[in-house]
Ligand binder design. Structure first.
Ligand SMILES: [Fe+2]
Length: 295
């Protein structure tokens, strides 16, 4: 089997494993570069690695508040974006919740070119006040989550390797934009993201941060809900992957219970076997908002 048949995103913003994976001391820095694993699809491609480093430099020299410099994507990489959209267009129509589809319409992406973070950030900020800032790679979960309280989404800018257009072992610009940036063009989603950030800022105990990160995982990243009797995705990890969207219907659905989700240990290396399903978008929004305010 190829990776995209069996695996989901191996690491994500809230997965604590990334912090301790290789004992990298730099992970406390928001611009720490994650060295490519030998199993990474781009590991043996010096051209790709060179471009990754050039894009990482943008994040390293970036000053918040200034425009985000354009990333030098190649035609091959724009082709990756096209392939992703070709798969996601029908998958979104079939499996995405209405709130997401409305946001997607608002942002009106060109399916033939990877949009630059700066233009996406401007559009999102005009709608919800959230903006994007570039980071070189994965950052420590606390840094990522706390920035949400300030209305800032720390976004990677590189795109996955062209050999695996429908699979990425790490968040890339396609996951950030198609998943997170789109949902942040909803005032209600933006509010929940801010509340997550504020809750994390109030959380000093590591085990409690783990619980909060799991709630983030099972809602913002892998949340599903019922809409007109059908199961639809509102989680960014699902919405940015056609494979995940197809697989989510095989998962065991549990009623949305945030206390249970907080204690449910997940496996980020495979499609999710268990998902928490809300009765509606409104129910999810109310329940999560109340949970985060109480936290
Ligand atoms: Fe994510």
């Amino acid at each position: 089997m190829t990776p995209n048949e069996t695996q989901t995103l191996l690491l994500d913003h809230v997965d604590m494993r990334m912090v301790t994976a290789d004992g990298d001391d730099n992970c406390h820095d928001r611009n720490a570069i994650v060295k490519l694993d030998p199993d990474h699809p781009g590991f043996r491609d010096p051209e790709y690695r060179g471009r990754r480093n050039a894009i990482a430099q943008i994040a390293m020299t970036y000053r918040p508040g200034s425009p985000i410099p354009a990333a030098p994507y190649t035609e091959l990489e724009h082709g990756v974006w096209q392939t992703i959209w070709k798969a996601l267009g029908p998958a979104h129509r079939e499996h995405a919740c209405a709130e997401y589809l409305e946001c997607l319409e608002r942002l009106a992406f060109d399916s033939s070119r990877i949009p630059q973070l700066d233009e996406v950030s401007q559009k999102v900020e005009a709608i919800s006040g959230f903006r994007l800032e570039p980071v070189a790679g994965l950052v420590e979960p606390r840094i990522f989550l706390e920035s949400l309280a300030r209305g800032v989404f720390l976004s990677t800018q590189y795109i996955r390797h062209h050999s695996t257009p429908l699979y990425t072992p790490e968040p890339d610009v396609a996951h950030e934009i198609i998943g997170h940036a789109v949902t942040l063009a909803s005032k209600r989603f933006a509010e929940l993201n801010r509340l997550f950030g504020e809750a994390v800022s109030r959380t000093k105990i590591t085990s409690e941060l783990d619980r909060l990160a799991r709630v983030y995982w099972f809602t913002i990243e892998f949340g599903v809900l019922r809409e007109s009797g059908r199961i639809k995705a509102y989680g960014t990890g699902l919405l940015s992957s056609a494979g995940e969207l197809a697989e989510m219907h095989k998962a065991e659905l549990r009623p949305l219970d945030l206390e249970v989700a907080a204690n449910h240990v997940y496996d980020p290396t495979h499609y999710q076997a268990i998902l928490f399903c809300a009765d509606s978008f409104d129910q999810m929004h109310e329940m999560l908002k109340e949970f985060l305010l109480r936290w």
